[in-house]
Design a protein around this ligand. Structure first.
Ligand SMILES: Nc1ncnc2c1ncn2[C@@H]1O[C@H](COP(=O)(O)OP(=O)(O)OP(=O)(O)O)[C@@H](O)[C@H]1O
Ligand SMILES: [Mg+2]
Length: 468
């Protein structure tokens, strides 16, 4: 495409053209109206003059008959000017006046009309136009009084000419302006296109040029740059996750494989084979759990789960999770207490929300254990669902070792397990999921100190009770 063709296809130029056309049409209409109105005004004035004159001459005739009229007309016709006079007999024979020739039949039409005529004494025979009134006088005489309208036409053509020239000038200047603007815009767009090509070719570190004017193109470039930053960050995260997955799943898979190999080599009877197989299944279950947790995190982070959001009661979820974990808590010598005094309305995904809370309770039971520090009293895990202003707080507290403040951010990351808990089974995904679910619901996961122990808080926006 040539540079000119590209310029012609820019929005800036097209918009300019459209505006110019609209402007020209309106200006033309306005000018036409102005010219027409001026012409009408002038015509009205001429008509009034002709009428007055006609009435005056008829009066002369009434007072002094045809002789007096002829004298009056001869007097008036002598003054050079643009007035026309003619008086004729019934047959059309001219008695006095200053009209050279008329088209035949003109005198038969009484009243006002516009005619072409020739002046007396003008040799070249140019036609002039006039507005005339023909009156029938008593006795068969006809009186024609008129006024030349050349001046009116001249005025009209001056107005129209001036209008035409100014519209033409505006259109030309407007087009040139549009051209310049379009070229400027095109230059910037070209720069952006060039950069985005480089970015698409793989140079993700490149950024679109942003000017200083803060106009719409600059804002667009800024937004695109922010989007690129986000994409780069996401890709970094994705790479980290896949590295983690590769690394963290390799260990259990290798273990699984080695165990099977070992069984094949050394098992001697059916019981030993069975034991080896059972261990394999257990290990596989653990792997499947890890995969499921990863998938759930991916679902929560992708935002797809937003489509399955419904009205939930966090208190009900707390009770459900509590019920589920009571046997496990008993087994561990812990007391699991649920405090959910009032409904706590939420808008969310039930499955993900339950799983997030379950992960927190699971941690509390797993890591708090029966701590000997609490003097004889049974250690407690408390799950609370509370209304706190515009927020719903789902909290889980325990009296275990807790997490040192410096480790709290790290503990939420994927596959991170703190050294102290290596003895317990787990893959380090529980808090990551809880945090991803909280973010999906527009809230956050907070880890706090329970003096002693850990307090985990899912702070979520409270749902306004919708129309029932
Ligand atoms: N209530 C708690 N008390 C003490 N430490 C905790 C507690 N909850 C979590 N942690 C620490 O944070 C780490 C990360 O927890 P997370 O739930 O993400 O993983 P996990 O429990 O190790 O494995 P998973 O939940 O996937 O089975 C744990 O390994 C543990 O060290
Ligand atoms: Mg956990």
């Amino acid at each position: 495409m040539t540079a000119l063709a590209r310029l012609l296809r820019t929005t800036a130029l097209r918009l300019t053209l459209v505006y110019l056309i609209v402007f020209a049409v309106f200006a033309g209409a306005l000018l036409g109206y102005f010219a027409w109105n001026t012409r009408r005004l002038v015509t009205d004035q001429i008509t009034a003059t002709v009428d007055a004159e006609s009435t005056g001459l008829s009066e002369q005739y009434r007072l002094g008959g045809i002789r007096r009229l002829v004298i009056a007309i001869e007097n008036r016709a002598r003054n050079p000017g643009s007035n026309l006079y003619l008086v004729t007999t019934f047959n059309g024979e001219g008695l006095a006046g200053n009209v050279g020739s008329l088209s035949p039949g003109t005198l038969d039409n009484e009243g006002l009309s516009e005619i072409a005529y020739r002046r007396i004494g003008e040799q070249d025979g140019t036609e002039h136009y006039a507005l005339i009134r023909v009156a029938q006088l008593p006795g068969g005489f006809r009186l024609l009084v008129g006024r030349d309208v050349d001046e009116r036409e001249r005025l009209n053509s001056i107005i129209l000419d001036a209008g035409r020239w100014s519209i033409a000038l505006v259109v030309v200047l407007g087009f040139a302006g549009g051209f310049l603007v379009a070229r400027r815009v095109l230059k910037r767009i070209d720069a952006m296109t060039e950069t985005s090509r480089r970015i698409m070719a793989g140079d993700l570190g490149d950024r679109l040029p942003v000017g200083r004017s803060g106009d719409e193109l600059d804002r667009l470039a800024e937004n695109l740059n922010a989007m690129l930053e986000r994409i780069v960050a996401l890709m970094g995260g994705l790479k980290e996750v896949s590295d983690n997955i590769a690394h963290d799943l390799r260990t259990p898979l290798t273990r699984l494989r080695n165990r099977a190999e070992e069984a094949l080599r050394s098992a001697k009877n059916e019981r030993e084979y069975r034991e080896a197989l059972e261990a394999t299944i257990e290990e596989s279950d653990e792997l499947i759990r890890t995969f499921n947790a990863l998938l759930m995190i991916a679902r929560a982070e992708s935002g797809h789960a937003r489509e399955n959001m419904t009205e939930l009661d966090a208190a009900e979820i707390a009770r459900g999770v509590g019920e589920l974990y009571e046997p496990l808590a008993d087994e561990r010598g812990l007391k699991l207490r649920i405090e959910a005094p009032a409904p706590a309305p939420l808008r969310g995904n039930r499955e993900l929300m339950s799983q997030a809370l379950a992960n927190l309770v699971d941690n509390a039971i797993k890591y708090a254990g029966p701590s000997p520090a609490t003097d004889g009293a049974v250690p407690e895990v408390v799950v609370r669902a509370l209304n706190d202003g515009g927020k719903i707080l789902l909290t889980v507290t325990d009296n275990g070792p807790g997490i040192a403040e410096a480790d709290r951010d790290r503990a939420v990351e994927r596959f991170v397990r703190l050294d102290q808990s290596r003895t317990e089974p787990g893959s380090g995904l529980g808090l990551s999921l809880a945090s991803a679910v909280a973010r999906l619901h527009g809230g956050e996961l907070r880890l706090e100190d329970n003096h002693p122990g850990l307090k985990t808080v899912l702070a979520l926006p409270r749902a306004e009770p919708g129309p029932a």
